[in-house]
Design a protein around this ligand. Sequence first.
Ligand SMILES: NC(=O)c1ccc[n+]([C@@H]2O[C@H](COP(=O)([O-])OP(=O)(O)OC[C@H]3O[C@@H](n4cnc5c(N)ncnc54)[C@H](OP(=O)(O)O)[C@@H]3O)[C@@H](O)[C@H]2O)c1
Length: 271
Amino acid sequence: MLVDMNTTQNPQPSARIVSGTPLAGRIAVVTGASSGIGEATAVRFAELGAKVALMARRGDRLDLLEDRIRANGGTALALPTDVTDRAAVLAAADRVADELGQADLVFANAGVQLISGITDLATADWDAQIDLNIKGVMNTVQAFVPSLESAAASGRSADLIMTSSIAAVRILEGFQVYSATKAYVTQLTKLLRTELGGKRIRVATIEPGMVDTELPDHVTDPAASKLMADLIAQIDVLSPEDVAETVAFMTSVPKHVNLTEITILPTEQII
Ligand SMILES: NC(=O)c1ccc[n+]([C@@H]2O[C@H](COP(=O)([O-])OP(=O)(O)OC[C@H]3O[C@@H](n4cnc5c(N)ncnc54)[C@H](OP(=O)(O)O)[C@@H]3O)[C@@H](O)[C@H]2O)c1
């Protein structure tokens, strides 16, 4: 593997660590593929040879991404899906199997961050985060673990990678519910390994710090939204491509190697 610093697209160069087509023959599923980290990772998986199923709610964005991946010589399938809807995720999994093949790389990435004080009792925001960040992940696990199990049993690489956050372990004011949902994801990953590791399924988390995506746009509390926007303006935050390359690396190492938890922070981020 060669390091090739790509300086053509981004103001901050994003290191492209992985080269060649180490994901050739693999069938990937990315949730939250319509923007940010999921979109960048889907693009990178396809560049590295995987066929990629794209899941999120905004079908127009997924169609554009599918076209972009195809124009670049890759294979993608847009599957507009609300991952909080268990039946819809199961139906999407059937389409992946029918149209792409047996999924062996699942990136459970869709998530939402809604910051507020607990005494604000912003219960709709609590529910939205629990429904997506916890139940959406469980729906994804339910729908795709059987195919991961079959892939691994037939000797193929099998990956279940989930997007947690540094918020899972940091104590951040206003982040109570978000952080708790991400702590769930981080702990779930460790617990899933007790059962799936022995079946040769790699289960891992990526835990980013501040990444420049749409995530802060959904925050309903104006003060919290400003705090996040200010932080993005003050330091050189990560690009979605920085995270995508890390996830690509996690999936490209030999199948007996599991990079179980990777924390990725902007160098200047101190919390
Ligand atoms: N940005 C950061 O600083 C940061 C740091 C640590 C962790 N993370 C985590 O990274 C993950 C990706 O977030 P991002 O930063 O890339 O933000 P983003 O650009 O807002 O991406 C979130 C993705 O989730 C999708 N999504 C939202 N609700 C959904 C639903 N019900 N069903 C299916 N998909 C849904 C969105 O698409 P639709 O709206 O089209 O459904 C979008 O594609 C999240 O889990 C987030 O918690 C982000």
